[in-house]
Structure formats: C-alpha cells, structure tokens
Write a protein that binds this ligand. Structure first.
Ligand code: PLP
Length: 373
C-alpha cells in the first residue's frame, strides 16, 4: 500500500525532467535519501557521491567483479559455507573464488590471509546460511587484514533490517573502515525481490570507475522506481513498513524456535535470531539428503546444509529453513513433519531415538517451509 501511494505521488508530479534518462549511478535524490537512511539505521558512512543505485545486489556484484581487476584483484574470497548461486555467478563474471572457512566468530582471517586474495565477500550481520554474527574482534581483524593487503571487503547486508536477538544489533562493518569496505544493501528482503533494487556505498576512489563500468551495460535504473523509493524513505513509510513486517517475522521466528524445542529437541539453531531463515544443525547420525527428501514427501521444502558447503564433510548435517512466508501454525506443523522424518530415518536403521511425544497427522495437513535463497 505504501509503495502504491509513493508511486502515485511520483507519477502525479512527473514532468519532462523526471522522465528523462536518470544518472547512471542513480538519481541524486535517492542517493541522498539512501545516504541519510543507511547512516541512521546501519551506521554506514556515505554521501550522495559514494552511493550507487543498482538492480539488486546481483548487479552490484557483477559491476564489482568487472571493476576489481583494474586494481589487480582477480580472485574473490568467499565464506564457506556460503551462497552457492552467488559463487557460480561470481565465476561466470570472470573472477576466481576462494572459499574460506568460518568458525563461531565469522570468517577465519588467518585462513583468509593465507589465500593471498585481496578481496573478500562477507555477510557480517547474519552470515548466509549459518546465521552467525561476526564478533567485534573478528570485525577488527578483518579490517586490519584489508588495510594490510591494500584490499577490499564487500559487505553483503542482505537482511540487516531484521534483528530479533536480545543482544544489540551490530551496525555495518563499513562504519569501521569506509575506505576499505564496500557496503551492499537490497530491497529484496525488506520489500520484494521483484523490484530489483539495491545499493552500494563505495570507497570514494571507486565511484567514477563503477559508473563507467555500468554505462557499458545500461543507462541506469528506472527513474520512477527510484523516485518512489526515495519518497518511501523520506516520508517515513519505509520505517513504518519495516516496523510492521519486523514484528510479523519476529513472531514467526519465535514460533520457529518454540517448534524446534518442542518437536526437534535433538537439533540446534545456529547463529543469531535475525533475518528470514535459520540454520538448524542436526545430530551427526542423520543423513541430510534423505531427510530433505523425506521432508518434501511431507510437503515441507527445506534445503540441506551441504548445498552451501564448498568443502564437503567439514560440518555436521544441517537444514536451512525459511520461515517468513508461513502462517504461524504451519511452522509448528512443518517442524513436526521433520521430526517425523527423522524418526522414520532412525527407525529404518533399526534404532529408536529422538525422545518426546510423537503424534500422527495426515501428510496433507502439513505446510511447506520455503527458503527463498
Ligand atoms: C546472501 C544474499 N545476498 C544478497 C541477496 C539479495 O540479492 P538481490 O539484491 O540481487 O536480490 C540475497 C537474497 O535475497 C541473499 O540471500
């Protein structure tokens, strides 16, 4: 509704200038609103000159992959586990990827340094897919690494608007070192992915180069959408929308946590309570792929953790579960269905484990848990 109101306002006021070619880096109007907004909500240090509007993070990443070789950077370190489609995308854009393992505090900076890479892509607020939040010490170590190698950190803040944990929400990594960190945000989780709207806040020396690279691909993002998004920010409607959806997602996250405790006490949720998905670590005896298939037979769609591992066998079995689109009751039913599938797998091996009450439901009653990743 808010989006429609903003779009109407913009269209009603649109004259010749508003319908002309936008600047390739984005309308100054939106870049200015974004700089203010990102400073206020994520601590990002940017200005109209250093913000670029993109068609989602995907376009921002492809522009960076094209620009980094100009600085002699041809390989990009990525988190392991990480986003498998993103890895493929980066390689198709011509960069080599080097997976670097994580520990409980985030990406392992010593292992990163050993790769010889000078650029890394990280998800510090809520690591994808594990949900781990990078510790303050690790953030400092990562920034020191970037300064030592004259390198760059790409901070993918894909779901930074959604923080439900008791602890203080970490602000952006970019705040610590704006000359070393490229901050990337997106409307894909906060609004919808179909808008194809994202933004980069880049170190000043990258701005002109990125615009030049981009002008070879397109002549900028749709100006009407940019104006409407600026209106959404400056009118306070984005804040209002986020307050509303945050509260909806928070209750789903709580329902998910309760359902895991009740139906799957053998599993553990890894990472912070944030974002729209959770990483569920399973006991070592569970076979992940058959469990994913058995869940699907019960109309529950989840992904196995292995799908995101670039070095197989390093982590216990796990499920990546998206909970944002389900009704509350569906979350409990889905966890119950997974429990049922766990019991089935263990019983088939002649063992009998999980403990706690077991009830039976018809398969048709269960809902799918979709992960949008
Ligand atoms: C890890 C990660 N980064 C970034 C994005 C957003 O990409 P885009 O802005 O291209 O939709 C997603 C998906 O929403 C994601 O899962």
């Amino acid at each position: 509704m808010e989006w429609l109101a903003c779009y109407r306002t913009v269209l009603a006021a649109a004259g010749r200038d508003e319908l002309d070619y936008p600047k390739v880096a984005g309308l100054p109007l939106l870049r200015d609103s974004l700089a203010g907004y990102l400073g206020r909500v994520r601590g990002v240090r940017s200005s109209v000159e250093t913000v670029m509007v993109t068609a989602g993070f995907a376009q921002g990443l492809s522009l960076l992959c094209e620009a980094l070789p100009r600085f002699g950077i041809r390989k990009l370190a990525i988190e392991d586990p990480g986003h498998n489609n993103q890895r493929r995308f980066i390689e198709e854009c011509g960069m080599r990827t080097v997976p670097v393992p994580l520990d409980g505090e985030g990406v392992d900076v010593d292992r990163l340094a050993a790769t010889g890479a000078r650029a890394v892509l990280v998800t510090p607020a809520h690591q994808f897919p594990t949900g781990i939040t990078m510790s303050p010490a690790r953030r400092q170590a990562l920034v020191r690494w970037a300064q030592d190698v004259d390198g760059l950190i790409i901070e993918d803040d894909y779901d930074g608007e959604f923080w439900f944990d008791q602890s203080h929400r970490p602000s952006s990594l970019q705040e610590l070192a704006p000359d070393q960190v490229i901050y990337a945000g997106t409307a894909s989780k906060a609004l919808v992915p179909g808008l194809r709207l994202g933004w980069l806040a880049v170190p000043p020396h990258l701005s002109a180069l990125l615009s030049k690279v981009r002008s070879r691909h397109d002549l900028g993002s749709d100006g009407i959408t940019q104006r409407a998004f600026s209106e959404l920010i400056t009118s306070g409607m984005l804040d209002r929308h986020l307050r509303r959806v945050r509260s909806r997602y928070r209750s789903r996250r709580e329902a998910f946590t309760q359902a895991v405790e009740l139906h799957l006490p053998c599993a553990g949720i890894v990472g912070s309570s944030a974002g729209l998905h959770a990483y569920l670590q399973l006991p070592a005896d569970i076979e992940e792929s058959p469990l994913v298939e058995a869940a699907l037979r019960r109309s529950v769609l989840v992904h196995g953790g292995k799908r995101y591992q670039f070095t197989p066998g390093e982590r216990p079995p796990a499920l990546v579960v998206g909970y944002s689109t389900l009704p509350l009751a569906g979350i409990a039913e889905s966890m119950f269905a997974i429990r049922d599938a766990v019991d089935e797998q263990r019983a088939a091996r002649g063992r009998f484990a999980t403990g706690g009450p077991v009830a039976h439901r018809r398969a048709g009653q269960r809902k799918a848990v979709h992960s949008r990743s």
